[in-house]
Ligand binder design. Sequence first.
Ligand code: G1P
Ligand code: ZN
Length: 553
Amino acid sequence: MQSSVSPSQPRKYKVQLDVPFSDQKPGTSGLRKSVKQFQSPNYLESFIEATLVTLPGVQGGTLVLGGDGRYGNLHAIDVILRMCAAHGLKKIITTVDGILSTPAASHLIRKNNAIGAIILSASHNSGGPDGDFGVKINGPNGGPGLESLTNRIYDATKTLKEFNIIEFPPLSLNSIGNFGIGSMEVQVIDGVEDYINLMQNIFDFDQISSFISSDFLIAFDALNAVTGPYAKRLFEDLLGAPAGTVRNGIPLEDFGGCHPDPNLTYAKDLADLLLSGNHYSFGAACDGDGDRNMILGRKCFVNPSDSLAVLTANANYVPAYSAGLSGVARSMPTSAAVDVVAKNLGISCYETPTGWKFFGNLLDSDQITLCGEESFGTGSSHVREKDGLWAVLFWLQILAAKKCSVSEVMANHWSRFGRHYYSRHDYEAISSEIAHDLYRNLESKLPSLIGRSFGGSNISHTDNFSYHDPVDNSITEGQGLRILLNDGSRVILRLSGTGTKGATLRVYLERYVAPNGVLQQDPQKALSDLITDIDSLAQITSRTGMKAPTVIT
Ligand code: G1P
Ligand code: ZN
């Protein structure tokens, strides 16, 4: 333990805000902007001030603080610590080198009865001086702050005149220790350990370990982001995988120039390794802050919607879930693969809007145990965030219990439940005006489409999805344009809420084939009718000028 830094008597002072905080509404994931924007004078400080005057329980409370290691992480931790001291927090729990994954932060909030966390991350967005930065506020249940909280923080930014900060030399975060800033305690902990203990309480590590030592070679790509230290501890130190199993395992400020998003485009090296069919049996990757996951087998990519369905169908193999699941939930654009499994298991299945926060009430009230999104997010009631490494361990547990390959798991799953061919097409960095015009244009056509022939079937229903939360009875409207067909197929269009450059249009395509009709077919082929028809209906190519999506998943 390091001794306390000798405190030169901290001085609290006020600074006039010279950049008005206007038109910077935080999104569903907090404030996510370019690093350049965050570097403008008092920008970070203003948002933190607004947060600390808004967040319930600040006086005398405990707060968790850390981030994904991207450019700006340590500077932001220094500023936030000094501002927290000025605002009367009792204790801050932060981590060695400021490294803390989003699911690990969620766990620390819950374990320490903290009032919440400030997580410094722009998730899967690129990092470095020319990349993005973000500040995410989580609440006392461990989950992302609800919209009502982010709205109140935003309102506070609009009237902000000053912020409160204490002058104090930066603390050394390179090892564990306890410090004081004024009367506030700062505890620097190992950000990995508590999370590993949690995983050991959920999974049977001995079973996984003996399976992966039996000629089942795994590769994990941390994409130079936060999961490296967690994955090394889990896979190499505890489960006995050979050194080198974890690739790109040291968190770098610019993620080594990579885009830390685990999909077939941005985790291409890993995808090539597995899909080329060489000697690796299992591959996985996580995103910048560790909440997303991609699962690959030899010559096999697991679609995230299918992944949720497979975890649900095989949860009995995991000690923590062996007594059964209370229910499951998926976001609306996620395929209905998990619905079929839930029906078979006789448990409830909820359809929520995009965004993890919508699972919070269902998890808190124990209506669901597992949940997931098509965007490479899967999680359970163990935390209130999606959890990348948890999903990887879950898959390894299933494979170890069944003693089979990823592609065998998939083939068995489809032959039992049928297959939901599924793909998401993203059109990134479109001008905002073009994207919104396209969206509004399609929305205006929706009522007239019923009965029309589309994608090899007929349109049975169209709407802009709205959600009634069964726990707090809130209604959330305008969550995406849905075109549902008679044969169970669906096409959905949404505009991203997390992009930072222009607008991103997401087109989700889905077609269900019952067990007796399942073919091993490329999803893009199976969905080709839907792809052609949505392009001409929504005029995607002609309006955006893009001949193909930026990312196809
Ligand atoms: C994206 C995903 C969504 C996820 C969010 C945060 O949001 O689509 O499922 O919850 O990132 O990771 P979008 O950019 O689509 O609004
Ligand atoms: Zn993330």
